[in-house]
Design a protein around this ligand. Sequence first.
Ligand code: SF4
Ligand code: SF4
Length: 293
Amino acid sequence: MDQNEPKQLAIVSGKGGTGKTTIAAAFASLAKNKVMVDCDVDAADLHLLLQPKIVTQDKYFGGRSPHVDLDLCTQCGLCTKVCRFNAIDNGVVDPVSCEGCGFCFHICPESAITMEEAFSGDWYISDTSYGPFIHARLGIGEENSGKLVTVVRKKAVEIAKEKNLGLILIDGPPGIGCPVTASLTGVNLILAVTEPTLSGIHDLERILKLTEHFKIPSMVCINKFDINLENSQQIISYCDKNGSKLVGRIPYEPKVVEALVNRKTVMDHPCNEVQGIVQKMWEEVESVLRQKA
Ligand code: SF4
Ligand code: SF4
């Protein structure tokens, strides 16, 4: 890897609600010289804590949808017959049901249908008191979030290079689907945030298998580790066995919720015990990132 390339850290979780964004926001407060990216474009919420001031806003055209020239359409009904999604009726398209497969375009005997790029969402470059922040909002009902993730990540790399910032801090989408894959490719290190519940363990295993597949080193943080010590121990054993370093154990602390309600990162709200743990976690993550070529 080019030494001048910014290092990329992705904070991920097997499912939503594990505290991933809380950690991402806390790291945003601790890390220096970085660009932050919210890749959870389906349910973006890092902006709630970073309180960005939007500098530029762009439209994202992710999919394609049919446009029908009704002057050419003879209402032959062929498109209605072939569409598996019941999304077109004699040349009249239902954009919510349309999956953009293009079958109608190919089948129309009058060449009345063209496939046009469809608006899928907005993406933003913002200023925050923690540094530049790239985020996005996928349009309602849109599903091309993997592509939108790629757009915001590319922008983040551009800005990091332009401003000579050495780190890209990614708040990844939950799960293991296409947007997660788009968030992970090319990152230097992954921090997986989990909770000691049975579903948390299962989801962690899935996300670590994915990181293994991509050969990306991973670290693990157990959030609210003290709500079930037995399950926490199981996670620790799993990490030992699979070569993922356990980097932090955060206890359940109502002040963390209080910070979120006040739209503050845990580092900017009185929350001493958790702050100390997160600070140590960041130092360890940063030192591993520094070693990455
Ligand atoms: S297949 Fe073409 S011509 Fe026939 S109804 Fe559909 S758009 Fe009109
Ligand atoms: S693009 Fe596909 S889903 Fe959309 S209307 Fe045409 S055939 Fe139906």
